[in-house]
Unconditional design. Structure first.
Length: 169
């Protein structure tokens, strides 16, 4: 099993191979790191906010940098994810929608994507999709969905994929 990124420890559950058979794939740390950073950010905001109906949205900024494997070449690179998230509370329910910007060094990939975090009494849901490309035309797609019960921490769904969708050789 691959070693999770440090950001995974921010989740209220322990990530393991039983949650998803793809955890041992190179490059999976990008997805776990993104889910952890963005999911933990949503949980922290939900935990600190007082309930109020239809509060105006606020904007928060998050950043996470970690080493990972390029799925197109197998090279190690450093991934930086920047997130701008609009956060909104509806009573005890939380909704966060975000835009991500991702860069890698030294492999030169860059791209963007979207995230959604929703927390209600019955479910915590994180969804993210990003597309990256490098100057040569190689493209990577990262997608993740994470669903948990916020009361118990039980994980209901974990599905993530990091794919080289186009490789220039």
């Amino acid at each position: 099993m691959s070693t999770p990124s440090p950001a995974v420890s921010l989740l209220p559950v322990e990530w393991s191979a039983e949650m998803n058979g793809r955890t041992a794939r190179p490059g999976f740390r990008l997805l776990k790191g993104a889910a952890a950073a963005l999911g933990a950010a949503g949980l922290i905001v939900v935990g600190l906010a007082s309930p109020a109906a239809a509060d105006p949205p606020t904007v928060e900024y998050f950043s996470n940098t970690f080493p990972d494997v390029n799925p197109c070449t197998g090279e190690m690179h450093t991934v930086t994810i920047e997130l701008t998230e609009s956060q909104h509370f509806h009573g005890d329910n939380f909704i966060g929608t975000g835009r991500t910007t991702i860069t890698t060094e030294p492999t030169g990939f860059s791209g963007s994507g979207t995230t959604t975090v929703v927390e209600t009494e019955g479910a915590f849901v994180f969804r993210g999709v990003d597309i990256l490309s490098d100057p040569a035309g190689n493209r990577i797609m990262a997608s993740v969905i994470f669903v948990a019960n916020p009361s118990t921490g039980d994980i209901r769904v974990v599905d993530a994929d990091l794919t080289c969708v186009h490789s220039v050789d």
